[in-house]
Design a protein around this ligand. Structure first.
Ligand code: A2P
Length: 341
């Protein structure tokens, strides 16, 4: 019988944590036990996974004794504090926050793109930013074929990326506006309903937001190529689930739109949806709940020699977070890496 693992889900009551439990169940992840962890506010609450009703436990320093794999999605501060404690206890951490992504000791992994980076893990593996993951899945096969020199990306990001409270804020604002009541903005600095906010995460000294700089820096680390130049504009839009991206790339070698379609048609984790004459192209409402990253509107950029435009859409909570995290854990098992060296 193949080995089963004790798995802790840290942040099990949150938007991503709930999806992690769902993905563990859907993929029949080999768990001998699942331990849902959250704050003291949620201790005693019940969650379900793999046919069992599980009682949420308060996260403490002792939570990881006897745990093989911990999936973290409880925010950066919790990851910063508890991931090293978990690794110290011999538990391999796959962390969905930004806390460890740029740490040179921590691999930053999209399993379809750079699974080999798991081989040098030291106990903590970082799950990339949601917008970066879907872009990597689509760009890796193109980079391998024609070497991408520059990426210009604009994102249209769903509120679920901010967490459960932001989902509720959009719902409440829509309801209030439709019944003529004034809106309350709490999670976001401005009304998000029927609006677009060119502001995700905090502003940095260079005028970009932290989210935009994540896309720049994480792309270089995941692709393992310091020469790829990325510039990003990240926008929060009133969509519940599914991030969309307009991506323009410049490659060293010439690729036609048909070449790109052919490359992506055989790429793992990608579905090409590109029949504009039939009004078929990727949309957030269709990508929601799906595992694949959808690519369409593939066309040559007529303003430069080797340029391609495309539209990339994926479920930010699944491939952008919970699914990618579980796929990392599955790849660790496949490569016999569920141990802290
Ligand atoms: P809780 O529900 O008990 O607050 P989201 O990203 O959807 O906002 O979810 C955040 C997740 O992180 C939730 O499961 C939340 O648990 C958890 N969390 C927040 N603060 C803590 C904390 N101090 N200790 C453990 N878990 C926490």
């Amino acid at each position: 019988m193949s080995k089963k693992f004790v798995v802790a889900v840290c942040g099990a009551t949150g938007a991503v944590g709930q999806e992690m439990l769902k993905v563990l169940e859907q993929r029949d992840f080999p768990c001998s036990k699942i331990i849902p962890l959250a704050s003291s506010r949620s201790a005693g609450k019940k969650v379900e996974c793999q046919g069992h009703e599980l009682v949420v436990q308060e996260l403490t320093k002792d939570s990881f004794n006897g745990v093989d794999i911990a999936l973290f999605s409880a925010g950066g501060a919790i990851s910063k504090e508890y991931a090293p404690i978990a690794a110290q206890a011999g538990c391999v951490v796959v962390d969905n926050s930004a806390a460890w992504r740029m740490d040179p000791e921590c691999p930053l992994v999209v399993p379809e793109v750079n699974p080999q980076d798991l081989d040098w893990h030291k106990g903590i593996i970082a799950n990339p930013n949601c917008s970066t993951i879907q872009m990597m899945v689509a760009l890796k096969p193109i980079h391998d074929e024609a070497k991408i020199k520059r990426v210009v990306v604009s994102t249209y990001q769903a509120v679920s990326g901010t967490g459960q409270k932001a989902i509720e804020e959009l719902e409440n604002q829509v309801r209030r506006l439709m019944s003529g009541q004034p809106v309350v903005a709490d999670v976001y600095p401005h009304q998000i309903a029927f609006n677009c906010l060119p502001h995700i995460d905090v502003f940095m000294d260079n005028g970009y937001t932290k989210e935009e700089m994540k896309m720049v820096n994480e792309t270089v680390k995941i692709m393992g190529d310091p020469n790829i130049k990325v510039t990003a504009t990240c926008v929060r839009v009133p969509v519940f689930y599914g991030h969309s991206e307009s991506v323009n790339i410049e490659t060293e070698l010439k690729l036609t739109a048909d070449d790109v379609r052919a490359l992506l048609a055989k790429a793992p984790g990608v579905t090409v949806e590109d029949y504009p004459e039939k009004l078929i192209y990727p949309m957030a409402i269709n990508a929601s709940g799906e595992d694949d990253t959808f690519v369409g509107r593939i066309r040559e950029d007529e303003t430069i020699d080797n340029g391609i435009n495309m539209w990339i859409v994926s479920d930010n909570i699944r491939k952008g977070a919970a699914l990618n995290t579980v796929q990392i854990a599955e790849t660790l098992i496949e490569r016999d890496l569920v141990r802290v060296p």
